[in-house]
Write a new protein. Structure first.
Length: 55
């Protein structure tokens, strides 16, 4: 019969941490801004490239 795996330090995470999983850090507001900035930059590059191809 298989023995259950031994417990490690990630099995008992304090309940006051606002995160899910052992390796995930709490999310900050900056994460959303960085994603938005990359999306806006990519959109701008695509629009500018399309405008120069049409001219």
């Amino acid at each position: 019969m298989k023995t259950p795996p031994s417990e490690d330090r990630f099995d008992h995470v304090p309940p006051d941490l606002a995160r899910i999983g052992a390796h995930r850090a709490p999310r900050s507001a900056r994460n959303g801004l960085v994603g938005f900035a990359w999306s806006a930059l990519a959109t701008l590059v695509i629009v500018c490239a399309a405008m120069f191809t049409l001219v």
